[in-house]
Design a binder for this molecule. Structure first.
Ligand code: FES
Ligand code: FES
Length: 152
């Protein structure tokens, strides 16, 4: 079946089954490989994108459920509110280690700042608790979110 979808401000079509996860449409059909596959079960956050500005696990989001919603991936992080500030903070504080989880970390962080521009430590911990980092960059992730929040 052919689905129309809006990704990063552009229209695309994908000829896939309706239960195909958005993650695979983004990566395999559209060729945007910045969004990562980790667990496939909404447990790690590596696949996080925005659907209408809200953080969503694209590995468990079926393409048929997306409809006309606006999907934003890491490739367009700089276009969302606080996106550039987050990119700068991530660079300045050298947050990533292997980097695998960081697309998801950044998209969750951007969704947090979109909703709560000046988050408390608890706000940050709650919003980021679903993003797992096997390299243990959690302290720098939190520090970078605070820096981006302060600079906005
Ligand atoms: S790959 Fe989607 S949450 Fe882990
Ligand atoms: S930087 Fe390696 S998994 Fe997070």
């Amino acid at each position: 079946m052919t689905f129309s979808l809006q990704v990063n401000g552009r229209s695309y079509t994908a000829d896939v089954d309706g239960d195909t996860p958005l993650l695979w449409v983004i990566r395999d059909v559209l060729g945007m490989t910045g969004t990562k596959f980790g667990c496939g079960q909404a447990l790690c956050g590596a696949c996080t994108v925005h659907v209408d500005g809200v953080a969503a696990r694209s590995c468990v989001t079926s393409i048929e459920s997306v409809g006309e919603s606006q999907v934003t991936t890491i490739e367009a992080l700089h276009t969302v509110a606080h996106g550039k500030a987050l990119q700068d903070a991530w660079t300045e504080l050298e947050v990533p280690q292997c980097g695998y989880c960081q697309s998801g970390q950044l998209m969750s962080a951007a969704a947090l700042l979109n909703e709560t521009p000046k988050p408390t430590d608890d706000d940050i911990d709650n919003a980021m608790s679903g993003n797992v980092c096997r390299c243990g960059t959690y302290q720098r992730v939190r520090a970078a979110i605070k820096r981006a929040s302060a600079s906005a």
